[in-house]
Design a protein around this ligand. Structure first.
Ligand SMILES: [Zn+2]
Ligand SMILES: [Zn+2]
Length: 369
C-alpha cells in the first residue's frame, strides 16, 4: 500500500477525473478494503450522465474486496479480520432505527441520499466527506463502524461475487416482494443482468413457468435466459408478446410480472397489466418515468393488481444471493461478459449503457487489473 489511493472521480455529467487521496488513518472502529471488483449497473449509467449529487463522487456501489486493515473495535463488532473477503452493501445505515433492526438498511434515512443531504452510501456520497473513499471505483474503500458486510464464501470467486447485487435484487424483488414460489407463473420483462438474476431466483424458488422477453438485439441474452431456466423467451419486436403469454398460459395470464427493462417507457407496464391473471396478480415496477400518462387505473383496480416497487435489497437477500452463487447450481459466471480496469471506467459505464461494446450483460470494474 502506497501513501496515496488512486480513484476515478465523477466531477460532472459524463466526466471522470483521476485523483489521488491520502491513505486514511484507520481508527479503531474503521477499516480499509482493497477493492477487487466493483460491479456496474444501469443506475450508474443514469447517475453518470445526470448526477444528482453535484460534489465530486467516487462511483461504484456494488463492491467486493479484501479487508487490508481493520481497527480492533471494527474487527470485534463486525466479526472480520484482515484478509477476509467481503461484499459491502452500498447502504451505510444508522443501525438504530426500526428499518435497521429488520435488516432493511435500504430504507434507513441515514443512507437515503434523496432526502438526507448528509447521507452515506457507497457510490453516491461526496468524496469531500472525511476519509474520501466512499466508492468502489478506487484502489481502496473506507469502511466505517456501520458499514454492512457479508463474508464471501470460499466457493465464490471475486469475479462471481461481482454479481451479488443483481442476484440479491432478484431474490428481493421476485421472491420477497412479489411472492414468487412453488408453482408460480412469471413474466420477466428485459433479459439484462437484472432480468437474468430474477430468472434464477424464480427457478430456484420453484416457479413452474418463466417467460422472459427482450428485443431482437437481445438474442444472446434470451438464449442465456433459457440456459438459466426460462421456459419461454419472446422477442417483442418479432412477436406479439401478450398473445404468446396468453397462449402458453392457456388464456389465464401469469401470477407475477417483473419489469426489468430500461428506457422502454410505458410499454412494459401496460403489457404487464394485460398479461397478469384475471384477479390479484402482482406487478413489480421500476418507475423510471416521473409520470405515467393515461395510466390504466381502472383496469388495475378491476383486476385487483398489487403493485410493488423495485428498491434494492435486504441483508437476508444478500446472504441468499451469496449462497446461490456458492452453490454453483446455475451458470451465473456467464453473466459477467466484460471487465475493465480503473483507467477505463468511463468506457465501462458507457458499455453498460449500450455504447461501444457488444454483447454486454454484466460489466465489472477491476481497479487493480
Ligand atoms: Zn447497482
Ligand atoms: Zn437506520
Amino acid at each position: 500500500m502506497g501513501e496515496h489511493v488512486l480513484a476515478a472521480v465523477r466531477t460532472g455529467p459524463g466526466t471522470t477525473e483521476f485523483r489521488e487521496y491520502p491513505v486514511p488513518d484507520v481508527p479503531s472502529d474503521g477499516a480499509l478494503m482493497k477493492v477487487e471488483v466493483a460491479g456496474i449497473c444501469g443506475t450508474d449509467v443514469k447517475m453518470y450522465a445526470h448526477p444528482v449529487v453535484k460534489d465530486p463522487v467516487i462511483m461504484g456501489h456494488e463492491n467486493v474486496g479484501v479487508i487490508v486493515k481493520a481497527g480492533d473495535a471494527f474487527s470485534r463488532s463486525q466479526g472480520v479480520v484482515e484478509g477476509d473477503r467481503v461484499f459491502v452493501e452500498h447502504y451505510v445505515p444508522c443501525r438504530r432505527c426500526e428499518w435497521c433492526h429488520l435488516g432493511e438498511y435500504r430504507h434507513c434515512e441515514s443512507t437515503d441520499w434523496r432526502t438526507n443531504p448528509d447521507a452515506r452510501r457507497y457510490g453516491y456520497t461526496s468524496a469531500e466527506n472525511p476519509y474520501h473513499l466512499w466508492g468502489g471505483f478506487a484502489g481502496f474503500m473506507y469502511l466505517p463502524w456501520n458499514a454492512v458486510l457479508h463474508q464471501v464464501p470460499a466457493a465464490v470467486s471475486p469475479d462471481l461475487a461481482g454479481i451479488v447485487t443483481p442476484m440479491s435484487n432478484g431474490i428481493e424483488w421476485a421472491l420477497f416482494d412479489a411472492g414468487v414460489g412453488y408453482d408460480s407463473t412469471v413474466l420477466i420483462q428485459g433479459p439484462g443482468q437484472q432480468g437474468l438474476a430474477q430468472t434464477v431466483a424464480c427457478k430456484q424458488a420453484g416457479a413452474s413457468l418463466i417467460i422472459v422477453t427482450g428485443t431482437t438485439r437481445d438474442a444472446a441474452r434470451l438464449e442465456l435466459a433459457a440456459a438459466l431456466g426460462a421456459d419461454h423467451v419472446i422477442d417483442v419486436q418479432r412477436e406479439d408478446a401478450l398473445e404468446r403469454v396468453l397462449d402458453v398460459t392457456r388464456g389465464k395470464g401469469v401470477d407475477v410480472v417483473l419489469d426489468c427493462t430500461a428506457g422502454a417507457g410505458v410499454t412494459p407496464v401496460l403489457l404487464g397489466v394485460d398479461a397478469l391473471k384475471r384477479r390479484a396478480g402482482t406487478l413489480l415496477i421500476q418507475g423510471e418515468m416521473a409520470a405515467f400518462p393515461d395510466f390504466p387505473v381502472k383496469k388495475v383496480t378491476e383486476k385487483a393488481i398489487t403493485i410493488k416497487s423495485a428498491r434494492g435489497h435486504s441483508y437476508r437477500a444478500c446472504e441468499l444471493a451469496l449462497a446461490q452463487l456458492a452453490s454453483g447450481r446455475f451458470p451465473l459466471d456467464r453473466l459477467t461478459t466484460h471487465t475493465f480496469g480503473l483507467p477505463d471506467v468511463d468506457r465501462a459505464i458507457r458499455a453498460v449503457g449500450g455504447e461501444g461494446a457488444d454483447g454486454v450483460i454484466h460489466v465489472s470494474l477491476l481497479p487493480w487489473a
